[in-house]
Each structure stands twice: as structure tokens, then as C-alpha cells.
Design a protein around this ligand. Structure first.
Ligand code: 3PG
Length: 395
């Protein structure tokens, strides 16, 4: 961590890999969570006298320059969050970077151009990494959310320069280790979202590691169908029912209880507060109805499960939470998790794109132990995979 970086940083050129892949709306960043997460690392290094060079990707430009994906678009956001002036540098390597660094004073901050404008980034080309490293003394990775990519800026550079984890990376790894690495049992995992197919590896890994696996969202329908339930016109991956049966058998063998809803909220159309909305037993879903949320009885029972647990890891909403009233189970269980966390009886870690939005919607964004803004990286971690960006720091 930065605590191990004991040397005087005055004038040292420190490359800081951050994740500035911000969600955009009408040409502006719509959420600054990722900038806020890395600000402490940037400010700490600047205040120690380093010349801080921010390095990040933005979108998927596939090795070519695109004005709409220039990091100059988020320069102002980083300035606002850090309260510091930031120099935009239109390259990642070469004389332009060298000259810009000469202009930067000690403790100043520069932001390099989108590293994915060069094909060497995603190819993890050692020559490309070397050209970036030539203008730096130290590498700090503060982008857990990009650590599942073995790219030049996340993996290659860590092997070329003295490498450290930034404060956000350090906090993230600590929280994730508490939740699944060396957790206090019993552990509950909530896995929701639309499709089993996108989370197969997550389910397989968790069914071996946790004591309670709570399935929600559209994927619960595939589990119900595997158990012979007629789910009407619900979203359901019928071709995966055999796979789901294998997951259920493996969970059973590992002593993991899989919780599926026994009452559900259904409607004939997916719209806000439709006239056809009703709550019923899972065995009473009509052929023209679709399941859009877990019912109140099952939600209460899940809350009781959480009360018996010491650790919770949560990825994916329980229902179609973007549209009321199908947000109720997610909100109710999130409130229970938040209350237990605040009581000190539960360590709760949530992550993944939709999950962050769901927790914010439930008003518990500050009440869980840790909420990860990582999407793909959080999922790969839940799958039990080693993340190249993290492994390279440990080497
Ligand atoms: C993310 O937004 O999850 C990270 O920045 C990684 O982006 P990527 O999926 O384009 O690699």
C-alpha cells in the first residue's frame, strides 16, 4: 500500500491508474462515485510532493482516437472533486508527456489521454508499457474495477515500475477479503439480476463457499422452472434448467441452503404500477403473467435468514427494481441488511452496476459495510478468479 512507499516523493513522477470510465448522459458524467473513490490517493500523493500522472481508459475505442472518448471530457470532473487544477496531456507516452512533466511542479497533477486509444493497451504490449513507464518512477494502481483486465496500464506497468496499491484499491481488497476471502460465518450471498447465463460461474463458486445462497431477479425464475414450477411468461432460460439442477445438487452437497421465493409479485405487462399486478404463490402464476419481484412473505423470511448470518455479499437486485412496485423486495431486504450492519451484527458488502443503483434507490448507500463501484471486476472476484491487476501488484 502507500504506507510502504516511505521515500521522499518530491518531484517523483507517479503514474496512478484510476478508473475514470464514468457513466455519461448528454455528454456529461452522470455519476462521480469513481472519481470520489480515487481522490484520496491523488491528493495524498500530490501533498507528498509527487508529480501525479493519472492514467485511465474511457469507453471502448478499440485502439483509435475518438474525440467523444477523450479523457479531456472528465478533466473538469476530476478538478471539481479534488479541488485541484489538472493539466490535460494529449498522449500517454513520448516527448509530449516528457515536456508536460517538465512544466508540472512538484505536487501538481496531470491527466494522460485515454490509454485505449493505442492498440498496445488491450494487447498488453510490453513495448507500449515500456514507453509509458519511461516517463515515470513509481506506479500506483487505484482501479480495482479495471483489475480484471490484463492490459498494459493495469498489469504490464506493475511489472516494470515499483508498484503499489492506492487507497481505494487497498480498501476494496480489504472489504472483499472480509466478505469472501476469510469471512465470519455464516455467510449469505444474494445473487440477483436477469439471467443465470451471465452468472453461472458466480453461482458455482458461491454454492461451495457460503451457507445461504439467496436467488432473486429473473434468474430465480430459471431456478423455479428447474424445480418444476410453471413460471408463465416470465423471463426464464429454459435451456439452463439442467445446469441449475447441477448447481442445486452441488450446493446441497456443500451444505449451502439455496433460497428461492415461494410467493412472488406478478403482472401481465412490465410497466409502472400496472392494473394487473398481484401477489401469489409461485405455483399460481398464470400462463399470461410474468414474475417481476419476490413476494412479501419470502422477503420477510429472507430478512430472518440475514439475522442469523454474520456476513453478507450482494450482487444483483431481487426484482425489476427500476419500476415500482417491483422494487419492494430489494428495498426491504436492503433496509434489513443496513439495519443489521448498523447494529454491528452483519458485515455487508454489495457490488456490481445495478446493485450500486439498487442500494442508492433503497437509501442505504452509506449504511452497508462496503459498496463496490466495480462491475465486471466484482463479478470475476465473486467467481473466485484471480484478477491480473491485483496479482501483478502482489508479484
Ligand atoms: C468498468 O466500467 O467496469 C471498468 O472500467 C472496465 O471497463 P471495461 O469493461 O470496458 O474493461
Amino acid at each position: 500500500s502507500l504506507d510502504d512507499l516511505s521515500q521522499d516523493l518530491s518531484g517523483k513522477r507517479v503514474l496512478v491508474r484510476v478508473d475514470l470510465n464514468l457513466p455519461m448522459k448528454d455528454g456529461r458524467a452522470s455519476d462521480l462515485t469513481r472519481v470520489k473513490a480515487v481522490a484520496p490517493t491523488i491528493l495524498e500523493l500530490a501533498d507528498r510532493g509527487a508529480k501525479v500522472l493519472l492514467l485511465a481508459h474511457f469507453g471502448r475505442p478499440k485502439g483509435e482516437r475518438h474525440s467523444t472518448m477523450s479523457l479531456s471530457m472528465v478533466q473538469g470532473d476530476v478538478e471539481r472533486v479534488t479541488g485541484r487544477e489538472i493539466m490535460f496531456i494529449s498522449e500517454v507516452a513520448g516527448p509530449v508527456v516528457e515536456q508536460s512533466i517538465d512544466i508540472l511542479g512538484d505536487g501538481n497533477i496531470g491527466i494522460l489521454e485515454n490509454t485505449r486509444f493505442w492498440p498496445g493497451e488491450e494487447a498488453n504490449d510490453p513495448e507500449f508499457a515500456k514507453s509509458i513507464a519511461a516517463n515515470a518512477d513509481i506506479y500506483v494502481n487505484d482501479a480495482f474495477s479495471a483489475a480484471h483486465r490484463a492490459h498494459a496500464s493495469t498489469e504490464g506497468l506493475a511489472r516494470l515500475l515499483p508498484a503499489y496499491a492506492g487507497r481505494a484499491m487497498e480498501a476494496e481488497l480489504k472489504a472483499l477479503d472480509t466478505a469472501l476471502g476469510t469471512p465470519r460465518p455464516p455467510v449469505a450471498a444474494v445473487v440477483g439480476g436477469a439471467k443465470v447465463s451471465t452468472k453461472l460461474a458466480v453461482l458455482e463458486n458461491l454454492s461451495r463457499k457460503v451457507q445461504h445462497l439467496i436467488i432473486g431477479g429473473g434468474m430465480a425464475n430459471t431456478f423455479l422452472a428447474a424445480n418444476g414450477v410453471d413460471v408463465g411468461k416470465s423471463l426464464c432460460e429454459h435451456d439452463l434448467t439442467d445446469t441449475v439442477k447441477d448447481i442445486l445438487a452441488a450446493a446441497d452437497e456443500a451444505g449451502c441452503t439455496v433460497h428461492l421465493p415461494y410467493d412472488v409479485v406478478v403482472a401481465k405487462e412490465f410497466a409502472a404500477n400496472p392494473a394487473s399486478v398481484r401477489t401469489c404463490n409461485v405455483h399460481e402464476v398464470a400462463a399470461d403473467e410474468m414474475i417481476l419481484d419476490i413476494g412479501p412473505q419470502a422477503t420477510e423470511a429472507l430478512g430472518d435468514v440475514l439475522k442469523t448470518c454474520a456476513t453478507l455479499v450482494w450482487n444483483g437486485p431481487l426484482g425489476a427494481f427500476e419500476i415500482p412496485p417491483f422494487d419492494e423486495a430489494t428495498v426491504a431486504l436492503a433496509l434489513t441488511a443496513a439495519a443489521l450492519t448498523q447494529d454491528g451484527s452483519l458485515i455487508s458488502v454489495a457490488g456490481g452496476g445495478d446493485t450500486v443503483a439498487a442500494m442508492a434507490h433503497a437509501g442505504v448507500a452509506d449504511d452497508l459495510t462496503y459498496i463496490s463501484a466495480a462491475g465486471g471486476a466484482f463479478l470475476e472476484w465473486m467467481e473466485g478468479k484471480d484478477l491480473p491487476g491485483v496479482t501483478a501488484l502482489e508479484a
